[in-house]
Design a protein around this ligand. Sequence first.
Ligand code: NAP
Ligand code: HSE
Length: 432
Amino acid sequence: MEPLGIALLGCGTVGSGVARLLLTENERLSKRAGRPLRLRWVLVRDPSKPRGVALPSDIITTDFRTVLRDPQVMVVIELIGGLEPARHFILQSLEAGKDVITANKAVLAHYGDDIFETARRYGRTVAFEASVGGGIPIIAALAEELAANQILSIQAILNGTSNFILTQMQEEGVSYEAALAEAQRRGYAEADPTLDVSGADAAHKLAILSRLAFGPGPSVQEIFCRGIDQLQLADLRFAQELGYTIKLLAEAWLQDGQVALHVEPTLIHRLAPLAQVRGVYNAILVRGDVVGQTLYAGRGAGQMPTTSAILADLIDLAIGRAQLTFRTLRLWENHNRLPLRPPERIRSRFYLRITVEDRPGVIGEVATILGKHQVSISSVIQHEALDECEGEAVPVVIMTHTTNLSAFRLAVAQIDRLSCVAAPSIYYPVAD
Ligand code: NAP
Ligand code: HSE
C-alpha cells in the first residue's frame, strides 16, 4: 500500500518524541495504521540544534514551502505552538489538501472556527486529541464514546504544570519558583510558562472541551480565568486545615440554555476524586444525561503522553476513522451560539480570607456586610494571638454556605473598604 507521507512542524519537546517513535517504532505503528508511515519532513527554526532524536539530515528543513509543495505529504503534524505562524501553517496545509494533526490548544481556542471551516471547505480533517489532557483520550470520549449524551457538566484539572507545582508546594514544601523550574525542565510547561500559571492554558483547553460538549458558545476571552500565580502558601495551609486541597479547576456546565465557564484555584474536599490527582496528572469528570458521571485521568503533559495522543490521531487518519468522525459528527460546526451564564446566576460556596486589625467589633462588621448580601457563614477560623499583639493585622478565614457569586463579590468589595481591613481579601470557590 502507498506510504502515508508525514511532515512534522516543530521538533521540540513533543515533536522530538513523535519523530523518535515514527523512526524507532515504525513497523509497529505502520502495522496498526494499515499502511507504511513515512516521515518526509521535519520543520524547525534552527537545524543545528541537538534534538534527542537521530533525524536523517535530508528531512530537516527551515522552509515551510518545502512541506507545502511536497505532494507526498498527506498529513501535517503541527507542534510549533503559539498563534502565529502556527495558524497560518495549519490553514495553508488544509488549503493544499493535507490533513492536519495539532496539539496546539491556543490556536484552536482562538481560531478554531476558521480552522475547522477551512478544513470542511477543502474536504480535509483536523485531529486534535493531544490538545487537551496530554495522553488522556478525552477528545475521543466526548466526540465519539459519549455521542449519545447531552453533556451536562465538565469539572477538570487541565494544566499539568500547575498541578505539578501545587503538589510540590503542598506535599514536598518546594517553593513556587523551584517547582515551576522543575516543570519546565521536565518539558511540561509551555514555551511561555505564563500561559500555564495564569490559567490561560487551562482556559484554552476548557474552550475546546466546551465546544465539543455544548456546541458554539462564549469565546475563550469570555472565560473567567485566574491562575495559580497569585496563590499564597497561607491559603494552601488554611485549606489543608479545613480538610481541603487547592487545585486549578476548570469547570463548564450547561444550565437554562446558558454555559458557565471558569478556571480558577478551587478548594476541593480532600476525599473527592479530583483531590487525589497529583503531579503532572490531569483528570476530567464528565457528566452526561444518559451515562451519568465518568472520570478520565492520566498524565496531562510531557513528551511521551502527548506523543501517544498524536500517534493515535495519525493511526486514526491512516485508517480513515478520524475523517469519518470529523464529517459525520460535524465537529466544531457553527450554529446557534449559547450565551455565557452571568455571575448573577452562578451559585457556589466560598473560602474567604480577610486580613483585619485584631480589635473589638471587627468580626461583627464583616459578618454584618456578609449578612446584608445574603451570604451565610458556615465556619470561621481566627488563630489565637498573644495579648500584646492585639491591634495587629491577622488573617480571618470564613467558609460560606452556597451563595450567589455576584452578591458575594459585592460583599467582599464592601468588606475591603472597611477601615479595619488591612489588605485586599482573597477568595476562592469551593467545589461540590
Ligand atoms: P517546544 O518544545 O517549544 O517546541 C517547538 C518547536 O517548534 C521547536 O522545535 C521549534 O524549533 C519549532 N518552531 C517554533 N517556531 C517555529 C517557526 N516559526 N518555524 C519553524 N519551527 C518553529 O514546544 P512543545 O512543548 O513541543 O509544544 C508543541 C505544541 O504542543 C504546543 O502547541 C504545546 O502547547 C502543545 N503541547 C505540549 C505539551 C507538552 O507537554 N510539552 C503537551 C500537550 C500539548 P527550534 O527547535 O528550532 O527552536
Ligand atoms: N503546558 C501544558 C500543561 C502542556 O502543563 O498542561 C499540556 O497541554
